[in-house]
Design a protein around this ligand. Structure first.
Ligand SMILES: Cc1ncc(COP(=O)(O)O)c(C=O)c1O
Length: 381
């Protein structure tokens, strides 16, 4: 049955494996995050690399987000083509041909009343971006990315960030918009104390960098960053003006392993892989969802027990199947039984699917309400 033909039908009609969104849980997550940002006086710009869906980006903006982040040029192009008007590429782009696309997209979005902005961390990146903007007759807001501990992209805080800010200010068509300071590793520090200590240090470094740049006469209008693991800490820092959390909307199994922080709202799992048992033995059963259905980079999926303590666990995955064992010697499911898996990592899981099946009314008695297209699936360039 085609995805669209499922609309209005019960859960039993969803063939396996399938990526399913519990719409009620997702909307509760959406509302919780939107009200958190409102109450704390910070802008919310959720990361759309997580869901890659223009419809969900628009839902987030309708709930108060100022726009979304994208991580790749092609991702930004897909979201813009599907109607998303305010996109920040929170990542570096260096190939001149790609920067040409960035500049063209910036012009097109600006002409339509929207905007595109981008992060940089090199002299060459800024020179090439400025050249592309000149060719395309475009202007763009530019954030200097500083490395606050993830040791991925970004220049060191302090003088190197000031040097790039100066270069941007001196580049025609580029507007210095502020700093990006995202500590990806801290999102997954397991204890709340570790996350607090990390973001306290980060906030200090960011504050010193802001003071240095402003001391040189360049206004730092905005500091943007944060993810689902730490956003309450950045929001409380008084330094960050914008939160980029993405995974909160679906809440994967890896994030659920973080010790909760009372300062943060608790999100529910909203993304599931529906699977069924296709082979049984005395010791285990095998279901029909493997790592072509769900990413395993952040650990194997959890078998969802509808909020109760798990009774089954996935012990191994291959391309198209996963081995399921019983915890504590309990009974195993039978042939054809359906299971719901909570993926270890939502972003790369979504990227494996063309569409997500949105269910209203829960995973036991719900009905398919909508199909959510993964617009930017595979948009990696
Ligand atoms: C630059 C940047 N900002 C924000 C996020 C959002 O993080 P999360 O989906 O963990 O909330 C990410 C995710 O990797 C990221 O790379």
């Amino acid at each position: 049955m085609s995805h669209d033909a499922l609309i209005g039908r019960g859960l039993a009609e969803i063939d396996t494996p399938a990526l399913v969104v519990d719409l009620d849980a997702m909307e509760r997550n959406l509302a919780l995050m939107a009200s958190f940002a409102r109450e704390h006086g910070v802008r919310l710009r959720p990361h759309a690399k997580m869901h890659k869906s223009a419809a969900l980006a628009q839902l987030q903006m309708a709930a108060g987000a100022v726009g979304v982040c994208a991580q790749k040029t092609a991702e930004a192009e897909c979201l813009a083509a599907a109607g998303v008007s305010d996109i920040f590429i929170s990542n570096e782009v260096i190939a001149p041909a790609k920067l040409q696309r960035v500049a063209l997209l910036a012009r097109r979005l600006a002409e339509a009343g929207g905007q595109l902005s981008i992060a940089v961390d090199s002299v060459t990146g800024i020179e090439r971006l400025a050249a592309a903007c000149a060719t395309a007759d475009a202007e763009i807001d530019v954030f200097v990315e500083i490395d606050v501990g993830q040791h991925r992209c970004g220049v060191a805080p302090g003088a190197p960030a000031l040097a790039l800010a100066r270069q941007i200010v001196q580049s025609p068509r580029l507007r210095f918009a502020g700093l990006q300071a995202y500590h990806g590793n801290a999102q997954h520090f397991r204890t709340a104390a570790e996350r607090r200590a990390a973001i306290k240090r980060v906030a200090q470094e960011v504050a010193e960098t802001v003071a240095l740049i402003e001391g040189a006469g360049i206004a730092v209008a905005l500091v943007t960053g944060a993810g689902t693991g730490t956003f309450a800490l950045e929001a409380a820092s008084g330094i960050y003006g914008e939160l980029q959390a993405g995974s909160y909307l679906f809440m994967d199994a890896d994030y659920a392993r973080n010790e909760p922080d009372p300062a943060q709202p608790r999100f529910e799992h909203a993304l599931f892989v529906k699977t069924q048992v296709m082979s049984v033995s005395a010791t285990h059963v095998v279901c029909d969802a493997g790592h072509k259905s769900h990413a395993v980079d952040s650990g194997l999926p959890k078998v969802w027990n509808f909020g109760a303590a798990p009774t089954l666990e996935i012990t191994g995955c291959s391309d198209e199947s996963a081995v399921v064992k019983s915890l504590l010697g309990g009974s195993l499911p039978a042939l054809g039984d359906k299971l719901w898996l909570v993926p270890g990592h939502c972003d790369p899981t979504v990227n494996l699917h063309d569409a997500m099946i949105g269910v209203r009314g829960g995973l036991q008695h719900g009905v398919v309400e909508r199909i959510i297209k993964v617009d930017a699936r595979g948009a990696l360039g």
